[in-house]
Write a protein that binds this ligand. Structure first.
Ligand code: FE2
Ligand code: FE2
Length: 190
């Protein structure tokens, strides 16, 4: 696990930018599908959002201008294809090539996307899909996705704490967790 304070801040930022997505029943469906190893698609997308923000922090220090909100929202929805790609059938063939388009179609149907978010989803598998990312945010998610996929495949724990925090934010916002007297004001926690 990384520095808990930094992880806490990253979780807060992911939840702030992606609150409506994370709280939606639609995006929560990603918890029922496995991505790599023991990681669900939802957990994978949280990891990708985290590493995308960490890359953004470094790039901003050298002067890059990054739309952090679109970065997080695109990362959360980049694998919104909503099926178990491990099941062998005709629809899942060539998953690696076809799922960005399917994720984009589902995301466009269920949420409002801007141009940067759409580009992030459509191009995240580059160079497996031939058209390169158009925006810096899409390039960041494309790289963060590959890093997270490698770690998840080899069962290296890179994000369990931040996933715990995001799920806690979700449960508090949905009223499933009662806050103690120290946290009377929800907004101080989430
Ligand atoms: Fe993907
Ligand atoms: Fe991914």
């Amino acid at each position: 696990m990384g520095d808990p304070i930094r992880e806490y801040r990253l979780a807060k930022e992911i939840f702030r930018h992606g609150r409506d997505l994370i709280l939606s029943d639609e995006a929560q469906k990603m918890k029922s599908f496995t991505q790599h190893g023991m990681t669900s698609v939802f957990e994978h997308t949280v990891s990708v959002a985290k590493y995308s923000l960490k890359m953004a922090n470094v790039l901003e220090k050298i002067g890059a201008k990054i739309d952090r909100r679109s970065l997080v929202r695109g990362a959360i929805l980049h694998d919104y294809f909503l099926y178990d790609w491990h099941e062998k059938n005709e629809f899942h063939r060539l998953h690696g090539f076809t799922h960005p388009k399917r994720a984009l179609n589902n995301a466009t149907r269920d949420f409002e996307l801007n141009e940067v978010e759409s580009d992030i989803i459509r191009k995240h598998m580059f160079p497996l899909t031939p058209v390169p990312p158009k925006h810096i945010e899409s390039s960041i998610v494309c790289i963060a996705d590959k890093w997270c996929a490698i770690c998840e495949t080899f069962k290296i724990d890179i994000s369990s704490y931040i996933i715990y925090r995001i799920n806690l934010h979700h449960d508090i916002a949905r009223g499933r967790v009662r806050l103690g007297h120290l946290h009377k004001h929800k907004e101080n926690v989430i």
